[in-house]
Design a protein around this ligand. Structure first.
Ligand SMILES: [Zn+2]
Length: 237
């Protein structure tokens, strides 16, 4: 299957996409967390039609790209200045930095308030925020494990060790030694997405690969999994 690079202009922005032709009746557009836009078109579809269709979905594509950018470690680094948008559990917060009696991070009504004791330099703010996200991730990922574990426990499966790490290309993994690792960036995604990744990895306790048995178990354990996966890796038809 041959993949060709194309682009369209949407407003101020040039949106590059990969185009693949295959035996299919409808066109599909997908935006991946790494910012890649992939278009699958029926064989013989004129390029002009494909581009028109991509352009019509421009707003949606732009929205997905913005959403995924927060998880993307390589693209515009956060500047850690007041007014910047940061995500927490799928919600958008505006960063507000103040200097105060002691260092703290608090959430209130759409504002992520960082109070810094000494310098309000971006490095200090980043360090405080990283620490805060790590603490929140530890608490929320354990809670997610509690919510998701019981159907697996009932099958007498060995309980995995929960680990948290920054990962570039995946949301989670399960090692042969029984370490279940979640990407710390998931703390920026909605709770249901955290539970979806958790459940996905727990299903690997039974099926190591992504065969039909794996998907049967996932479907049975979390019938709404596709919806949550879509939030992390959105596909549009
Ligand atoms: Zn998997």
């Amino acid at each position: 299957m041959k993949t060709l690079p194309y682009s369209i202009r949407y407003g101020e922005q040039v949106v590059a996409f990969e185009l693949t032709y295959s035996h299919r009746k409808t066109m599909q557009i997908a935006v991946y967390p790494d910012g890649k836009v992939v278009v699958k078109a029926p064989e013989g579809a004129p390029l002009e039609d494909v581009k028109k269709r991509v352009l019509r979905r421009g707003r949606w594509i732009k929205k997905q790209l913005d959403y995924f950018q927060q998880f993307e470690p390589r693209t515009p680094p956060r500047r850690y200045v007041s007014g910047e948008t940061h995500f927490y559990l799928g919600k958008r917060y505006r960063l507000k930095i103040t200097s105060g009696e002691e260092s703290s991070v608090k959430l209130s009504r759409g504002v992520l308030r960082v109070s810094v004791k000494d310098s309000t330099s971006p490095e200090t703010v980043k360090r405080l925020l990283d620490l805060w996200y790590a603490e929140r991730a530890a608490a929320h990922f354990s809670a997610s494990f509690e919510r998701c574990w019981s159907p697996f426990e009932k099958q007498g499966l060995p309980q995995p060790n929960l680990k948290i790490r920054a990962m570039k290309t995946r949301w989670g993994s399960l090692s042969a030694k029984g370490n279940l690792t979640l990407n710390i960036a998931l703390i920026r995604a909605p709770r249901e997405c955290i539970d979806y990744v958790m459940t996905h990895e727990l299903c690997h306790l039974v099926h190591r690969n992504h065969g039909s048995g794996f998907y049967r178990l996932l479907e049975q354990t979390m019938p709404s999994w596709k919806k949550h996966k879509a939030k992390l890796e959105i596909t549009s038809v």
